[in-house]
Each structure stands twice: as structure tokens, then as C-alpha cells.
Ligand binder design. Structure first.
Ligand SMILES: Cc1cc2nc3c(=O)[nH]c(=O)nc-3n(C[C@H](O)[C@H](O)[C@H](O)COP(=O)(O)OP(=O)(O)OC[C@H]3O[C@@H](n4cnc5c(N)ncnc54)[C@H](O)[C@@H]3O)c2cc1C
Length: 473
């Protein structure tokens, strides 16, 4: 490893087993791997030099940022000649252009760190999900991450205006112009976003920022069934002029399961809501933040009166309105505790289903019986406003966790998703754990094109081997 040490410094090459442990399992804890070393370069030039050396030595390289992947993309699994290239030292916010509402950052900047920094300028980087305190910009772009605000601001792809990256050849792509319009041929920024570290190593990015909302209005609603959800969402969008920032499905079964292992979390409603929705409106308009004639904050009145109308109609049967920032935080804490609760509840699989919005009720009515037949308990949650359901399963009470049975069930759900025009991968990526599924289910002509691009950019199959393309195919 001396050659690598010469590039990045002795302290930035990790080889001791104990020190490597945090780098060798993903966020689910279920996927573990091994590596010869973890190399932590501190600049784009060092990344390029590490890549050139790895290529010369015919090593495999797994790129790692915050290591919050839920599908084994950040963790090597089975190549003894593999190194992890960690971006954690590339962590400076290069510049913030408050007027243009953009930030130029190193890829290893933690999302929450960027959010805290740009808040000083009254701005936000609106990528919002539970792992934002660890996940980094490069990882979020590489997985085209989503979260609870996609409904309003789009996913990571929509928030990226430019990219700097190191290719497997060691060449550096400089595309940090941040142009909103740029049609000079193929768009490598878009090729690298969602590429999960298989085509290049993102070292920097220009990101779109939005003004921080002046006011928010947050509520937890009990709906009279999932088939009411789209109507409720549309009514809230209409009433607020499109200010719905989050529309998160939190069914009672999941809320109760979370609280069974985290009893300190408060239930939002006295009666468990079978179809619970966490809804949040946000506005940058001063008039929405001002008191109205009833003495309430105007945006909150907007939400409240829309909910009252929906209750009169019968679509909403109960509701809790957050009247303080603490109550709002408690609701989000409950929402974001899902993964931690699932880990505590035992072995689980979180299917990352994407559906046309109008097909969600049909999906649930057909998938739930499949789970029951497989002796699995469904604990779903979802970014319902995007048609993205995290359809998680644990063993049903009194039954064992049988990986083969779970795999057969997953395959049935994937068939169902295809039948409904959906996708088996919405926002968590493919990584290594879903590579075989991708190979089987991606349209053959598109999968062949993916292979051709990979072979052309990375002929040695150095980066992210086993991601997208199963090692045995
Ligand atoms: C509690 C929790 C909640 C989550 N909620 C959501 C959610 O709501 N929405 C969502 O989309 N995701 C969610 N995730 C998944 C996860 O946070 C995302 O996949 C995240 O974007 C990955 O970022 P990271 O920095 O941790 O990347 P890593 O996990 O380190 O890497 C992810 C992938 O990107 C590649 N990669 C990493 N950095 C680079 C780089 N600089 N250049 C090229 N390739 C790179 C890796 O090789 C790997 O394939 C959640 C995860 C957890 C643990």
C-alpha cells in the first residue's frame, strides 16, 4: 500500500481490520464485505492519481461516501483485490452564490452540513431524508436520491447543475459551469447521476438551492382509505397553490410497529389511523407567514380549512395539526425512525416500489395477499405524493424468516409492479443486492446499452464491479 500512501499520506490509507469495520457494511447492516484497504484522498487530483494506480495494478474500486446505501452499493462484496475509495476528506463547500442560488461543493460534503451552511443565506438544499446527517452529495447524486420533498423540488438529478468527476482512465471531467441550458452534445452530468459509482467518481458538483420557506404548516391525517389519498393530495395542492412539500404515507400498522420498539415516540392520533398521512405545506411568501384576521398564521389557516373541507366530505376522518415546531419535529422523527425500527424488528426487506399514482391502491390490494401467503408481515411507508412505497416486510408472528420464501415473494411483487407499469427501484438504487433483478427485468435492449456504455468508459470493469451487472453474467 506504500504507493497509495505516497499519494494520499500514510494516515489516509486504512488497512487495520478493526479500523475498516465501519466501511464494510451498509446501512441495513445485512450486507457485509471485505477490502484490502480504504483509501481516503483529499483532493480531485489525489482521486485521479489513486484511480490511475488502481488501474495499473488491476484493482477493483468501490466508491464510498456516507455509506448509507440500502442496497449494498457502497460495500465491496467478494473481490479480494478490491479497495474502497472514500470521499469523506473531500468535504469543503467551495462557494455559495446566494444571488444565483447555487452552491459548488466537494462530493464528500454531508447533505446536512450544506443545508446548515446555506441557511445562513436564507437558502436551502431541499434534499430531505432520514440519512441526510451522514449521506454525502456524491452518494446522493450517484444514487439519484429522493426523499420526502421530491414532490416539490425533484430528486437529486433535478438539483444538480454541474459535475466534476474522475473517469476510470484517471481523466478529470470539468463540467462545473452550472449552466441551466447547455446542449453541447451528450450530457455526462446526467450519465454520472444515478450511475452508482460504475462510470466515474464524482468529486464536485454545482447544486441548485431554493429559498428557505418562511412558514410551514404540518398535520397528520387519518384518511378513509388509501383510495382517498390522491384526491386529498390534489385538494391540498389546489387550496395552497401547489405548496405541498411532503405527502408521506404512514399506515397505522407501521406506526404501531415503530412504537413497539421505540415507545418514547408519541402516536400522532388517539385512535390509530389505518391510513395515516403526514402532510406539510411550505411557503416563502410573507403573506402566508403573516397573521390573518382570525389571528392564525395564514398558511396554517389554508391547511386547516382545506382539511375541514375534506372532513366534511368524509375523505379525511381525523387529524392532528402541529401547533409548535416541537410537534412538527415529533411527527418527522416518527417518520424518519422507520429504518431504525425495522432493523430492531429483525430481518427485513424494504422493497422500493415506484408506481403510477393512480395504481397505488390496486398495488396494495394485490400485494398484501401475496405477503400473507408468504407468511410475511407488511410494514410499509412511503413518499405517496411520488408514488414511491417502501413496501417492507418482516416475518409474520410465529413464523421464521426464510430468505428463499422472501425472494420468491419479492419476485411476485416485481411481477406485479411490471403489470401495473411501475418500477422495482424508485430511489435507493440497484447496488449489488438488486443487480440480478436488474439484469433479469430491465428491457434487454436498454440493458445491452448500459453494458456497452460501461465497457466503453470502464473497459477494465474497475469501478463498482458487481453493481448493476451481476458478476456471474
Ligand atoms: C435512515 C435512512 C433513510 C434513507 N432514506 C432515503 C430516502 O428517503 N430517499 C433516498 O433516496 N434514499 C434514502 N436512503 C438511502 C441513502 O441515504 C441514499 O442512497 C444516499 O443517497 C447515499 O449517499 P451516501 O453518501 O451514503 O452514499 P454511499 O452509500 O456511500 O454510496 C451509494 C452509492 O453511490 C456510489 N458513490 C458514492 N459516492 C460516490 C461518488 N462521489 N462518485 C461516484 N459514486 C459514488 C457508491 O459506490 C454506491 O454505489 C436512506 C438511508 C438511510 C440509512
Amino acid at each position: 500500500m506504500e504507493d497509495f500512501e505516497a499519494i494520499v499520506g500514510t494516515d489516509n490509507v486504512i488497512t487495520a481490520d478493526a479500523d475498516m469495520i465501519p466501511y464494510l457494511h451498509d446501512a441495513t447492516g445485512a450486507l457485509k464485505g471485505s477490502a484490502a484497504a480504504v483509501i481516503c484522498p483529499g483532493s480531485t487530483e489525489e482521486v485521479a492519481a489513486v484511480v490511475r494506480l488502481a488501474s495499473k495494478r488491476a484493482l477493483k474500486v468501490t466508491v464510498q461516501s456516507g455509506n448509507t446505501s440500502l442496497c449494498g452499493g457502497s460495500v465491496p462484496r467478494g473481490n479480494p483485490d478490491e479497495i474502497i475509495l472514500s470521499l469523506r476528506r473531500l468535504n469543503s463547500i467551495r462557494s455559495v452564490d446566494a444571488a444565483a442560488r447555487t452552491a459548488t461543493v466537494d462530493a464528500g460534503v454531508v447533505i446536512e452540513t450544506l443545508q446548515t451552511r446555506v441557511a445562513e443565506d436564507g437558502l436551502d438544499f431541499p434534499l430531505m431524508f432520514g440519512a441526510r446527517g451522514s449521506a454525502m452529495i456524491g452518494g446522493a447524486l450517484s444514487t439519484n436520491a429522493g426523499g420526502s420533498n421530491v414532490l416539490r423540488y425533484g430528486n437529486a438529478r433535478e438539483l444538480c447543475l454541474g459535475i466534476e468527476a474522475v473517469l476510470p482512465s484517471g481523466e478529470v471531467i470539468h463540467a462545473l459551469g452550472g449552466l441551466i441550458k447547455d446542449n453541447r452534445g451528450y450530457d455526462f452530468r446526467n450519465l454520472l447521476i444515478g450511475a452508482e459509482g460504475t462510470l466515474g467518481i464524482i468529486t464536485g458538483a454545482v447544486l441548485r438551492l431554493v429559498p428557505t420557506p418562511k412558514v410551514r404548516a404540518t398535520a397528520f391525517l387519518a384518511l378513509d382509505g388509501i383510495d382517498q389519498a390522491l384526491h386529498v393530495l390534489n385538494c391540498l395542492q389546489d387550496a395552497s397553490g401547489g405548496q405541498v412539500e411532503a405527502f408521506e404515507w404512514m399506515p397505522g400498522v407501521t406506526v404501531e410497529a415503530i412504537r413497539s420498539v421505540m415507545p418514547e415516540l408519541r402516536a400522532p392520533l388517539e385512535q390509530t389511523a389505518e391510513t395515516g398521512i403526514l402532510v406539510e405545506l411550505a411557503s416563502t411568501r410573507a403573506s402566508d407567514a403573516a397573521m390573518d384576521e382570525s389571528g392564525e398564521v395564514a398558511l396554517q389557516t389554508t391547511l386547516l380549512s382545506a382539511i375541514e373541507g375534506l372532513m366534511e366530505e368524509g375523505g379525511v376522518i381525523d387529524g392532528f395539526f402541529a401547533t409548535s415546531e416541537q410537534q412538527r419535529r415529533d411527527l418527522w422523527h416518527l417518520r424518519e425512525a422507520t429504518l431504525e425500527a425495522l432493523v430492531k424488528l429483525g430481518p427485513f426487506v424494504a422493497l422500493d416500489a415506484s408506481l403510477p399514482l393512480s395504481r397505488v391502491p390496486e398495488f396494495l390490494s394485490r400485494a398484501d395477499p401475496l405477503a400473507e401467503a408468504a407468511r410475511l408481515r407488511v410494514l410499509p411507508i412511503g413518499h405517496l405524493g411520488d408514488g414511491n412505497l417502501h413496501y417492507s416486510v418482516v416475518a409474520a408472528e410465529g413464523h421464521d424468516w426464510d430468505p428463499q420464501r422472501v425472494a420468491a415473494f419479492s419476485s411476485q411483487v416485481y411481477d406485479l409492479l411490471e403489470d401495473l407499469g411501475g418500477s422495482f427501484s424508485a430511489e435507493h438504487g440497484i447496488g449489488r443486492s438488486k443487480a440480478a433483478t436488474l439484469a433479469k427485468r430491465k428491457e434487454p435492449s436498454q440493458f445491452a446499452l448500459m453494458r456497452a456504455i460501461k465497457a466503453s468508459v470502464d473497459p477494465q470493469n474497475m469501478l463498482g464491479s458487481g453493481i448493476f451487472f451481476p458478476l456471474e453474467t
